[in-house]
Design a binder for this molecule. Structure first.
Ligand SMILES: [Zn+2]
Length: 210
């Protein structure tokens, strides 16, 4: 894909996430790896109204080359790329159900979701929980790096999800599945739940897990 097409793809993806209520205000950011750097959505930009020509272009060290100033959460994305060699895109959202789960007490930090659906296991896998840090605190990058090698999906406590994929499409599908699973977990609160058993989970991991 040419860089211009990637820029269009990012803008269309942002609009789709925004139109479906998965992003609001200036929350959420998207990046895509290029052969010599990254495209990153700009700071204070609305994912619903991205101008493809103004998307930030970063060089291989993460420095701005052209376009608007990049998101203040760029370091989160770079932490994922740094630990995952096959990573082609990263999406971060403040989507409401995922954020709600990220605020819950007593989560398993190595595997946030109980095994409720096959698609959550296939697309999200073991979701890691990273402790809370204030916005802009770059210590968060170290906390993400510590888990990103083993988890392509990370939930920032009291904040939201960050998901890496081989392509932008893969990252978006996975974060949408994550949001859907968070909604299901909340809907099931207080109800007796039949979980997939260990054998069923192992079979899915053998056949499908990324
Ligand atoms: Zn955020």
């Amino acid at each position: 894909m040419q860089e211009n097409q990637v820029r269009e793809h990012i803008a269309l993806t942002g609009k789709s996430l925004y139109d479906r209520g998965l992003a609001h205000g200036s929350a959420g950011n998207i990046s895509v790896k290029l052969p010599d750097g990254w495209l990153m959505t700009p700071t204070n930009s609305c994912l619903g109204r991205l101008d493809p020509a103004r998307i930030s272009r970063l060089d291989g060290s993460g420095k701005l080359v052209s376009g608007d100033k990049p998101s203040k959460e760029t370091f989160l994305h770079l932490a994922m790329y740094g630990e995952r060699a096959g990573c082609g895109a990263v999406v971060h959202l403040h989507s409401v159900h995922s954020v709600a789960v990220s605020c819950m007490a007593h989560l398993d930090a190595d595997n946030v979701f109980p095994p409720i659906t096959a698609y959550a296991i296939m697309q999200v896998g073991r979701l890691a929980l990273v402790p809370y840090f204030a916005p802009g605190d770059e210590a968060l990058a170290g906390a993400v790096r510590a888990v990103a090698g083993r988890h392509h999906a990370v939930l920032l406590a009291n904040h939201g999800p960050v998901v890496a994929g081989s392509t932008l499409e893969a990252a978006v599908y996975a974060i949408e599945e994550l949001e859907q699973t968070a909604k299901l977990v909340l809907l099931l609160q207080g109800h007796p739940v039949r979980h997939l058993n260990a054998e069923q989970v192992a079979e899915l991991n053998r056949r499908f897990a990324s």
